[in-house]
Design a protein around this ligand. Structure first.
Ligand SMILES: *[C@@H]1O[C@H](CO)[C@@H](O)[C@H](O)[C@H]1NC(C)=O
Ligand SMILES: *[C@@H]1O[C@H](CO)[C@@H](O)[C@H](O)[C@H]1NC(C)=O
Length: 350
């Protein structure tokens, strides 16, 4: 090797060390945050759970950071001692980028529009939950081009504007008990796989809400205030839908054509509602959709079902019955699976 080659090889090694060796800042410079180096590369994590106010947090991110690409930022308080920050201003994280941000149990009620903009190319997961957010700057979503998971559960969100993202796979808005949104709120989330809007006091499901979600797998709508399932409310276009959870509502009325377009492995969970009648017109298509052939299941435990002749079509079909979860009972407590099909054959003219 001539000297020029040796020199170039040395520069290559040096360059490699400079670009790949991630280093934490001097610990006193970023107190009370803690930086940890993880793994051989290493990757960097930052824990700022002990910040006392926004000025302190802002100062931390103005320190001298030898590396600016961080894996995760954690800020987690406790139910008794939430982190005493009330808002996140634009630019608060300086030039530091994160792949994951997890903030829980804080007093944050407001996030400025571009607080997370610095991480627009890196952020894949954002959790800001168990806080007191009344709104969230959804205008940032289309700019976060790799964001896959957004969790805003357990806040005080009042209104969510129509959402737009072509990367988001998982969204949870659960436990925002005064949440309002327009019928179009999710129509620009076409990559969504898991959607959780349980415990939000929803009174109706907008017609066609799920039609653009071709990869939808689970929908949680439990413990809302739904009383009826109108025609076309549970219409899907995803072949991979696994779970539709509507348990703990007050559903009593179910219209014909309320359900369609699922795959064959779908679980429709309606535990603890007020359904009395399984009208053949509304329900036969459901059992057909999940059983023809398929491993789907309808769960109706905890509904006061009327076991008169209106149920004959189901009780006398062993193949449909095998897709009804065993906990379903008549209003008088007798399990549907224990009813005698021949009694229905005799007593009900069909
Ligand atoms: C569904 O997911 C598959 C595999 O992840 C992807 O290739 C496809 O583009 C997605 N479809 C839609 C409509 O987003
Ligand atoms: C409940 O109602 C069903 C259907 O009418 C009947 O077959 C069953 O014997 C009843 N069970 C009890 C405990 O009364």
């Amino acid at each position: 090797m001539n000297t020029k080659c040796i020199y170039m090889a040395m520069m290559a090694v040096l360059g490699f060390m400079l670009t790949s060796a991630q280093r934490c800042p001097f610990h006193m410079d970023i107190a009370p945050c803690l930086c940890t180096e993880i793994g051989p590369s290493p990757e960097l994590d930052l824990d700022c759970s002990h910040v006392v106010d926004i000025d302190q947090l802002t100062r931390v991110f103005q320190a001298d950071f030898p590396s600016t690409n961080y894996r995760r930022l954690t800020m987690t308080g406790t139910p008794d001692e939430p982190i005493p920050l009330s808002f996140l201003p634009d630019g608060v994280f300086g030039s530091i980028t994160f792949q994951e941000i997890v903030m829980q149990h804080t007093q944050i009620y407001r996030v400025d529009d571009y607080a997370f903009l610095g991480s627009k190319d890196t952020l894949t997961m954002l959790t800001l939950s168990r806080s007191v957010l009344t709104s969230f700057p959804t205008t940032i979503l289309p700019l976060l081009s790799d964001l896959r998971e957004l969790d805003l559960s357990y806040n005080h969100l009042v209104f969510i504007p129509d959402l737009r993202s072509s990367s988001l796979r998982s969204l949870t808005l659960a436990h925002n008990t005064q949440l309002c949104f327009s019928d179009q709120v999710f129509t620009k989330l076409d990559q969504i796989v898991d959607l959780n809007i349980g415990h939000c006091n929803m009174e109706t499901i907008p017609t066609g809400m799920f039609l653009n979600m071709m990869n939808l797998s689970t929908v949680y709508l439990e413990y809302n205030k739904l009383t009826h399932l109108d025609a076309a409310t549970l219409h899907f276009t995803s072949e991979v839908i696994e779970e539709i959870v509507l348990s703990g509502n007050q559903i009593s009325a179910v219209e014909p054509n309320f359900f369609s377009g699922t795959g064959k492995q779908t679980y429709l969970e309606l535990l603890n509602n007020q359904i009395t009648t399984l009208a053949e017109e509304a329900w036969r298509p459901v059992f057909q959709a999940i059983s023809d052939p398929g491993d789907g299941l309808v769960m109706l435990d905890g509904n006061p079902l009327d076991c008169g002749c209106s149920l004959a079509w189901l009780v006398t079909s062993s193949s449909f019955l095998s897709h009804l979860a065993r906990g379903a009972t008549c209003a008088n407590g007798t399990a549907i699976h224990d009813l005698d099909p021949s009694a229905f054959d005799h007593n009900c003219s069909r």
